[in-house]
Write a protein that binds this ligand. Structure first.
Ligand code: GLU
Length: 309
């Protein structure tokens, strides 16, 4: 088996214990499976991404004793590939342009909503204000959203119509594809992490109400985390995605994008998050728990590895 996993940080702040845990878990998984651990720099946001944070990521990970093949892929070098994938999705008729600001979205939501979108972003679920708009009137002021309902209908029809030969062909590709037995209109992924081990199926209604029409291409950068991560995991032959459980629901969306774009399906390993004493998950602004701070304070990488769990 050709096992490949990755750690994919954004160079927008210091790595903390949670990142250390994620990177070590991925690297351990690669070792346990006799495979490869790769590092990818997710720097699609040109304002928030900074070269000095990228250098710190390399330093921190080396200090933890991790090792990865060079050259490291940077998402900022891959914008044309994301554009190609976006064009494919547009051609399928599952996208629409959107000009809503954050404030428009808040105003359009009739009831005050918890910031609770299930894709790890913490934003509200988009109420669909621009869903009636067509791509033919898209302009420079627009971001591009995925019409999740249309996308689910489209892959539902394709899955239902898929012949056994097609499913077998897809399931025997060079990447390990964990695909449950096809059932009409249902997409599935295999979770091998400790929290929710098993096969998870997309529930159409839940995907619509919990995730909604996410942005595929921000107006400023022409792509988004979701699109870039799906395209790159396929491009890099990632067979198992190891990441925090905050992204568990985002996986439903990633599986949907993989099916639309006919990309192979990795298995998923969502690990628990490292939390502070009050139970809050660590954030980049928690500089006190940054790996660099522990290093400066004289802790050894072994001690930090133990603290990360
Ligand atoms: N760049 C993302 C993050 O830092 C990676 C998430 C993923 O592994 O898919 O949270």
């Amino acid at each position: 088996m050709n096992y490949i996993t990755r750690f994919a940080p954004s160079p927008t702040g210091p790595l903390h214990l949670g990142h250390a845990f994620s990177a070590i878990t991925a690297s351990d998984q690669a070792r346990a499976n006799g495979g490869k651990f790769i590092l990818r720099i997710e720097d699609i946001d040109p304002i928030r991404s900074k070269p000095h944070w990228e250098n710190r990521i390399f330093e921190d990970l080396r200090w933890l004793g991790l090792d990865w093949p060079e050259p490291v892929l940077r998402q900022s070098d891959r914008l044309s590939s994301y554009r190609e994938a976006l064009d494919q999705l547009i051609a399928m008729g599952v996208c629409y342009p959107c000009r809503c600001s954050r404030r428009d979205i808040r105003t359009a939501l009739s009831a005050p909503q918890e910031d609770s979108r299930g894709d790890g972003s913490g934003g509200p679920v988009y109420p669909g204000t621009c869903r009636f708009r067509s791509m033919s009137d898209a302009g420079a002021q627009d971001s591009i959203r995925l019409n999740v309902a249309s996308a689910l209908d489209l892959v539902g029809r394709t899955t239902a119509a898929a012949s056994p030969a097609r499913m077998n062909k897809r399931a025997s590709g060079s990447n390990r594809i964990a695909r449950a037995a096809p059932s009409p209109g249902l997409l599935a992924f295999t979770e091998v992490g400790p929290i929710r081990t098993g096969i998870h199926r997309i529930m159409k209604e839940a995907t619509r109400s919990r995730i909604g029409d996410i942005v595929l291409a921000r107006r400023d950068i022409g792509t988004s985390y979701h699109l870039a991560v799906v395209v790159d995991d396929a491009e890099q032959g990632v067979t198992e995605v190891v990441r925090g459980e905050d992204l568990f629901e985002a996986t439903f969306l990633h599986v949907l994008l993989q099916d639309l774009l006919a990309l192979p399906r990795p298995t998923y390993f969502h690990h628990p998050l490292v939390r502070d004493e009050s139970g809050k998950r660590l954030a980049k602004r928690d500089d006190a728990r940054s790996l660099a701070r522990y290093r400066e304070d004289g802790l050894t990488s072994q001690e930090v590895r133990r603290m990360a769990g």
